[in-house]
Design a protein around this ligand. Structure first.
Ligand code: ZN
Length: 154
């Protein structure tokens, strides 16, 4: 039986380190599958390292299976709603759930897929502490999110 928890990681947390460093931390935690739940992979010199093509290649090298689940992503418009002033956690959950429903995403199916993997991790772009959908998704699925962020130096 699989434990009801999932690792998570945010690209913005790992920006200063890099893809190999993040993957090494995730595999160190036992992660075998990386679910990329970003809505889009942004362009630009910084983000290109984290684009789908590069990330999936880096995962292959690290022995992690890369799973692209774009349908779980949050478009910019919704991101702004989630991070709006005074928006409560319950409202964030509701807005994200409504968005997923609108895309025809069925959460029980997503949960079954996720937990079918030995040790999955959810990846999105957000920095920890932002109203971030990787945590909202874990909440909606009823699994505990264990965030993997770089160790703070010093
Ligand atoms: Zn997010």
């Amino acid at each position: 039986m699989t434990a009801k928890r999932v690792f998570t990681a945010g690209v913005m947390d790992w920006g200063a380190q890099g893809v190999p460093e993040m993957l090494s931390a995730l595999t160190g935690a036992g992660v075998t599958h990386l679910w990329d739940v970003r809505d889009g992979t942004t362009s630009g010199p910084f983000m290109s390292k984290w684009a789908e093509k590069n990330l999936s290649a880096a995962c292959a090298t690290a022995g992690v299976e890369y799973v692209r689940r774009r349908n779980l992503g949050v478009p910019k418009q919704l991101r702004e709603v989630l991070r709006g002033p005074g928006v409560t956690g319950a409202e964030q959950l509701e807005a994200y759930a409504a968005h997923l429903g609108g895309r025809g995403v069925e959460l029980p199916g997503v949960l079954a897929d996720l937990l079918a993997h030995p040790e999955p991790a959810l990846l999105c772009a957000c920095r920890s502490g932002q109203a971030c959908h990787r945590f909202l998704l874990a909440d909606l699925l009823g699994v505990r999110a264990l965030n993997v962020a770089p160790q703070v130096e010093g």
